[in-house]
Structures are given as C-alpha cells and as structure tokens.
Write a protein that binds this ligand. Structure first.
Ligand code: AMP
Ligand code: TRP
Length: 337
C-alpha cells in the first residue's frame, strides 16, 4: 500500500473462500490484482462471512480460507503493499452492515438476481443473511472509502446497490462515503467452460469443465485435450461461430501476450491436438511456479498467521476511521477509550 499521505485510488475486492479457484478466477481476478498492486491501494478480502449464507463444513471452510490466502500470496501479491485479510477479522464489516441495513429497502433486496438464484438453489435454507448479503457487500466496499471495485458482470447489480446506499446515506448526512465505481480490467475477459464454451467457467460446475489453479500438470493437459471444439480444422478467432477454439485462443493470448493473428499463424492447419497442447504448455508454465510457491506458503502456518494478523490490524485501522465518522453522523454517543 502507498503511504498514507500519498493519494492513490483505493481498490477493494472480495472473493469467497468456497470451492477451488479456477483459471477463470486467475485470468479474470487474481492476475489483475497483481497487476494493479503498484498503481492503487489494493485491499483484497477473503469474505468468509459471506460464505456463511450457505451451509459450510467448518473444517473445510477454515482450510479454504487459508488456501485462498496462500494462493493470493503465491501469485505474487505483496502483503506489505496490498492488504490481504479475512473479512471476519475486522468486525467493522458487520457493524457497518447493520447501519446500512437501516438504509436499504426490502424491495431493493428482493430484486437482486443473485438472491433469486441462490434461494432457488438452496430452497431449504433461505436465511436472512442470504437476503441481506448485498448490504454486507456494500459495507465491505464503503468501509474503506473505495474508489474502484474490480468485479465480474454478475456482481454489477450488487455494486449498483452499494452506490445507491452510499448516495442515500450521503444525502442525509453529508459526504461520508466515497461512491465506488465498477472497475472492468483491460486485461480480463471471460474464460468459458471447457465443455460448454458458451457458458462461463465456474468452480461450481463439474470438474471436467474447469481448470483449477491447483490441478496437476497432467490433469490440466488432459482437461484441455478433452475441451469441446468444433469439426473444422482451423485455429481462427470467432467467438460466435467457434466458441471453443476462441476460448482456448483467448487463454493462450492472455498468458503469452500473443495476438490472435499470431496464434492463428502459428497453429492454423496443424491440428487441434497440437494447438491444445500449446495451450496446456502455457497454462502449466503459468501455474507450476504458483503451485510450488503455494505449497510452501500453505505449509508455513507461522507466515500465514503473521500476514493475517498484520493485515487485519491495518484493515481495522482504516475501517475504524469510517466507523467513527458513521457513528458520529448517525448520532451514537462518542465513547473515548
Ligand atoms: P467467483 O468465482 O464467482 O466468486 O468470482 C471471483 C472473481 O473471479 C470475480 O472477480 C469474477 O469476476 C472472477 N471470475 C470468476 N469466473 C470467471 C471466469 N470464468 N472468467 C473471468 N473471470 C472470472
Ligand atoms: N459477492 C462477491 C461474489 O460473489 C464477493 C464479494 C463480497 C465482493 N464482498 C465484495 C466483491 C466486495 C467485490 C467487493 O463474487
């Protein structure tokens, strides 16, 4: 992070510690997190409280939290520069969420498509947390006076709500919150499923449709060899007509910096097997060093604890400034400790 007197824009993003992170998460999120690190004050939260909106196995959740933190560090994020911390370690998230709940309407929350989807999927557990999830997300963002929020398209509606809540609150109390903008990274895109290339690659789909960041090289190669393509024999970028090949080309292009024309020139007419192997080589080359670092970091519990503690402390300090302001504005009596 930049020094406090240096004015960098603040980036905040949250990622849920559930399932395995995929090549889509890497290209769409983690890789960009690293690229943004030097130009912004970056705050990345592992949002374990959000994960509780669906039933979790405690042992697995704890492990997943540490695993995601290790992956963040393994892709090269520097905890001296960026904050990487667990949401539950900063109680201000819950506190601000309560206040913001009182500035959010039932009607607004009922319109959230993620709520509708998730309550259909978990019909036996439509809890109040699932309903107010977007308010907690707004609190995450507003707590840090965030300027920009890197998110995928599916989170746009939640971000709009966070903006509405911020503006509503500011309208009553003056400028308390920075009103955040969505950040659509220049390099990012949408990595598609290997089996149904018209759908987004997702960690909640069956195993063979995605590449996990921690898949072994042989598994990565096998999944890519089995990726759905088409019956032509032409490596040409055409997302409509050739979604499978175009997805593989996008992956190769992001990882190697080759343009689509260069990829076509190099692989057209040589058979899809050769092309798929080239994609596998690129993914493996990218992930092998990350996996090696991941294994070291994940095993180093003392280091993880140190990062966790230091980042939580710094996050609490920043959050505290906003909370003090909010408490004063809404009329809570000041308590000088
Ligand atoms: P999720 O896995 O839905 O919790 O998303 C975590 C982050 O990864 C978000 O910033 C998403 O936009 C990003 N992401 C997830 N899947 C993909 C994908 N297939 N392609 C690009 N970005 C993705
Ligand atoms: N809701 C986001 C998702 O499902 C995760 C998230 C929680 C988040 N809080 C956030 C993303 C704040 C950006 C900013 O992917």
């Amino acid at each position: 992070m930049a020094q406090e007197n240096e004015k960098h824009q603040v980036i905040f993003s949250g990622i849920q510690p559930t399932g395995k992170l995929t090549l889509g998460n890497y290209i769409g999120a983690l890789r960009n997190f690293k690229l943004l690190e030097d130009s912004y004050d970056c705050i990345y939260s592992i949002v374990d409280m959000h994960a509780l909106t669906v039933r979790q196995n405690p042992t697995e959740l704890r492990r997943a939290c540490l695993s995601v933190m290790s992956l963040f560090l393994a892709v090269g994020l520097d905890p001296e520069k960026s904050l990487i911390y667990f949401q539950s370690h900063v109680s201000g998230h819950a506190e601000l969420a309560w206040v913001l709940n009182c500035f959010t309407y039932m009607g607004e929350l009922s319109r959230m498509t993620q709520f509708k989807d998730k309550s259909a999927k978990h019909a036996d557990n439509i809890n109040a947390g699932l309903f107010t999830y977007p308010v907690l997300m707004a609190a995450d963002i507003l707590l840090y006076q965030t300027d920009l929020v890197p998110i995928g398209a599916d989170q746009k509606q939640h971000l709009e709500l966070a903006r509405d809540i911020a503006e509503r609150f500011n309208g009553v109390y003056g400028d308390v919150f920075t009103v955040p903008d969505a950040y659509i990274p220049k390099i990012g895109g949408r990595v598609m499923s290997l089996q149904e290339p018209t759908r987004k690659m997702s960690k909640s789909d069956p195993e063979e449709t995605y590449i996990a960041m921690l898949d072994e090289p042989a598994v990565i190669r096998r999944k890519l060899r089995r990726a759905v393509t088409d019956s032509e024999n032409s490596v040409r970028f055409d997302p409509e007509g050739k979604p499978g090949i175009s997805n593989l080309m996008s992956i190769l292009s992001t990882l190697t910096g080759m343009s689509m024309d260069e990829i076509s020139a190099a692989y057209d007419g040589r058979g899809y097997g050769v092309f798929k192997d080239a994609v596998a080589d690129a993914v493996i080359a990218e992930f092998e060093p990350i996996q090696k670092r991941y294994n070291e970091i994940f095993a180093d519990k003392a280091y993880l604890e140190q990062v966790m503690t230091q980042c939580a402390e710094r996050a609490r300090r920043i959050a505290g400034r906003t909370l003090t302001k909010v408490r004063r504005k809404v009329g809570m009596a000041a308590l000088k400790l």
